[in-house]
Each structure stands twice: as C-alpha cells, then as structure tokens.
Write a new protein. Structure first.
Length: 443
C-alpha cells in the first residue's frame, strides 16, 4: 500500500498534542495491527484520539488536509518524501446532520424499519426477476416501476440506513445477478448520500445502479456461469454487457442520461484500462465511479461460481489496494468512512473472546460499533441474541467494561457461521426473502 508519509509537508506531532480536526497522514509504527484501516484519516472523535494516544508516541500530520491550526511545537519531518498519487476529485462530504445511523438503539423501531426495508428490497428483486425474464422474451423494460422501486429504497435508506445495509448480507449464490443488482442499488444510494448528493440525484443514481447489469441477459450462460477463468474470446463477450444494457434502456427514451451513463460505463477505470469506451481520469462522472466502487465491493464479497466471497473487511482492503489505478484513493477512503471500518455484517472477535456481528455504521464511533453476540467466549452459541453497544461500554466508569472493544475481524466460513441465516432469523423476515429461481447464474 502507498504510505501516507510520502509528502515533505507533513509535520511530526507528539500524540498528546493531537486534537480533533487534524489529519493523520502517518504513524510511528506500521498501520497493520492498528484499529485504523485508512492509511490517513481526519480525527473526528475522542475515541480516535484515545486510540492514537495509547498506540503512538508521535504521528505525522498533513496541515493541508487538517481543519484546525496545528500546535507551534510541531516540526517538519526532515526525511525527503514524494507526493502521493490522488484520484478523481470528489465533492465535499455532506455538512450538517448525519444520516440516521442509530436506529438500532431502539430494537422495536429497528425491527419495523427492517421489515419495511425488506419488503422494498424484495420488491426490487422480484422486479429484476420479471424484467430479466421479460427482456429475454423480447419485451421492453418497465422503467416506471423501476423509478417507483428506487424511490422506496431512497426513503428506506434515509429513514434507517443500517436496516437497509443489514439486508445486503442476504446474498445468494444461485441468484447472484438479481441480488447483486439490488445490493449495488442500495449501497450506491447510501454512498451517494454520504457524499452529499441530493434526493433527486439519489433517484438518478439508484436507477442506473438497479439496472446496471441488465445487459447480462444477452450474455450466453456458458460464459456467464463459467467456473474457471474466461478465455480472451469469452471475456470479449462478457465485456459487451454494459453496451447491451445501455442499448436496451436507451431505446425506452425515458431514463435520465446520468442513469444510462452508469449502465454503460460502470466498468470504466481512472487509468483508462476499463471498458467499453476507455474513459479515464476526471472524465468519468462521479455517479458512475461511485457505482463502480460499490459494484466491485459487492462482487468480491459475494460467493460466485468461481470464488468464495471475501469478508466485508477484506473487501475494503482490496478496494484500497487497487484504488490508485481504478477509482482514486480519496473516493475509496470515503467509501470506507461510509460503510465503516467494520462494515455491517462483519464477524468480529471482541476483547473478551466472544464473537459478534457488526450491526451499525456510526461515523461517530467507527472503532466501537454495535454488535450482536453470536458466540460466547467459550465457543458456545449465544442463545439470547445479546446486542452490545461498544461505544457505550467504553464510556462506562466501572470494571472491565471500559476496555471492551474489537480484537480482530474474522471470516465467518472459518467458524461455520452463516451470516445470511442470522440476518433472516434476527429480523423475522424469512417469508419475505424467498424467490423462485430466475435462471440466471452466479457470474
């Protein structure tokens, strides 16, 4: 990974002098093994300050990305450094009230929000199922219904984004194309809202994201579902799906241009290596690029015919690694801030040895989310479905509660834990998520 110390303007500061508003560009130790996934971040909470003061004697501050004046006692680091590569510029993150990320504080309200979100997301999956079947038979796309579905998803995400993101863990290898399209829609709306897009823009982005893979209906099944590596000719066929989808939807004449751009260009990359038109750099519109990020994230964290899905945490690390040539590091940093260092659905080990699943993405407590305990410290399954708010426990004045936190992120398959089954059981929505097979494979 690129080191954020690569800049001669960085300033060395003692950990006890840090405060909120400073941008930490580097540590006095490797980033690996610390709670900070982002190699460079703006200090926004007391929790982050506490961790930095415990871990480090000094850090490197980037004054150009800090929002407060720096202490006069700091001195520039004498080592020569080169400027890091930056990707596409993005608009400032939304100012003012943050999205409602704390709905889990009221379990009854969260459950109701979850059921509403489940109905709307199930509606989206059934719409996609019928649309793929109808288009295969020569019918046109019902874009009016698509717009109504996206409007409902925008409302769900605005009401309680945690409930909507929790449901994206209902992944199904046998229905990959359908579930992937719905998840990309939900995550794209959530990410766009985090970046500060307005409601009208969210509808346009959501519409393009929902239909971004429609062109796969024209991809032969033996290519779409091939478990092994595609040959050059097969990959050329696969690369047609963005244009096929664009042409199917452009013929309707009633989709916004920006939505069509998402469908056609969601495989473009900033270094110009993408397809179908080789767009690159800042020539790729931000709505297209943010959807591309989400598309890759959901794909790599899903089980497919040719690989087992990575954990959400591993998916974020992969995005960070490939960011410079594909999306730009700044945009990936914002995506990590959006979904959380421990994304909803991540399996984590707590400091007492118990295992839990992350249920919240609260930007004020990125290192101490709310978790649902699934295994006791002795390895026994947890039967009472306890929910623990690590941020609240961290502020408790007595006993060992103050030290509770996340020790590490785990892969659910290594512990025989089925996240999808837990999501369905936890929300009592099993009857809402069943779908008949649509005949599309897992590619």
């Amino acid at each position: 990974m690129t080191n954020f110390l690569d800049n001669s303007a960085h300033i060395k500061a003692k950990a006890h002098t840090l405060r909120q508003g400073m941008f930490v560009a580097g540590l006095d130790r490797p980033w690996k093994g610390t709670p900070f996934m982002l190699q460079g971040f703006l200090i926004t909470t007391e929790e982050e300050l506490e961790h930095l003061r415990k871990l480090c004697q000094f850090v490197y501050i980037d004054p150009t990305r800090s929002t407060v004046p720096l202490p006069q006692t700091t001195r520039p680091d004498p080592e020569p450094r080169s400027k890091p590569v930056s990707g596409n510029k993005i608009r400032p993150v939304r100012q003012g009230p943050a999205p409602n990320l704390r709905g889990l504080a009221n379990p009854a309200a969260f459950r109701e929000n979850l059921k509403v979100a489940a109905r709307r997301q199930n509606h989206a999956r059934r719409y996609l199922q019928s649309t793929f079947n109808d288009v295969r038979l020569g019918a046109s796309v019902n874009t009016i219904e698509a717009q109504a579905i996206v409007a409902g998803l925008v409302e769900s995400i605005t009401t309680n984004v945690n409930a909507a993101l929790w449901l994206t863990n209902l992944k199904d290898r046998d229905e990959y194309t359908l579930v992937h399209s719905m998840n990309v829609c939900v995550l794209s709306i959530g990410f766009a809202r985090h970046l500060g897009f307005g409601d009208e823009e969210l509808h346009v982005i959501g519409l393009g994201a929902l239909l971004h893979d429609l062109g796969k209906i024209k991809t032969p099944d033996d290519v779409l579902n091939k478990p092994g590596r595609l040959t050059g000719d097969e990959f050329a066929i696969m690369k047609r799906h963005p244009v096929d989808g664009y042409e199917l939807l452009a013929d309707t004449g009633d989709l916004p241009r920006a939505s069509l751009q998402i469908v056609r260009h969601h495989h473009e990359r900033i270094d110009g290596s993408g397809y179908p038109d080789g767009w690159g750099g800042e020539g790729i519109p931000l709505p297209v690029l943010l959807t591309s990020v989400v598309d890759v994230y959901d794909a790599v964290t899903s089980d497919r015919c040719y690989h087992v899905g990575r954990s959400p945490h591993e998916g974020l690390k992969l995005l960070y690694d490939i960011a410079p040539n594909n999306f730009g590091r700044e945009l990936i940093e914002e995506f990590i801030r959006c979904v959380g260092i421990y994304p909803i659905g991540s399996l984590v080990e707590l400091t007492d040895g118990s295992l839990g699943i992350v249920l919240s993405a609260d930007p004020d407590h990125r290192l101490k989310p709310l978790v649902r305990i699934v295994r006791q410290p002795n390895g026994e399954p947890c039967t009472d479905c306890a929910r623990i708010n690590l941020a609240e426990l961290a502020g408790h004045d007595s006993g060992h509660w103050r030290d509770w936190g996340i020790r590490r992120v785990l892969n659910p398959t290594d512990y025989d834990i089925d996240i999808k089954a837990i999501v369905a059981e936890d929300s009592d929505i099993g009857e809402l998520i069943a779908l008949e097979p649509v005949g599309l494979g897992g590619s």
